[in-house]
Design a protein around this ligand. Sequence first.
Ligand SMILES: [Zn+2]
Length: 91
Amino acid sequence: MTTRNRHPAASDLNPVLRLLVRDSTSKTCEECKRLERVVQTAIANISFVVSKRFPRFAEKVQQLHKWQDARDSAMQGLSAHRKTHTRDDAA
Ligand SMILES: [Zn+2]
């Protein structure tokens, strides 16, 4: 008998959301905010595609991959960008 009594919060967050949560507690600049918005838009579109009915399944998979790629590249851009100003944050 297994009971799911874990909070669906921090422990269940996927890496994407962890990145965004950590960002909210750190210093952010306009570029951070822009990239975060791109990531969040991509995530929102992924959820939309997942819940939407497509006439052809191949189309759904194609859309899903498109937004997953957009999310991944925005995430890479965000973490690369954040490294450029972590030293400024410490000062
Ligand atoms: Zn920044």
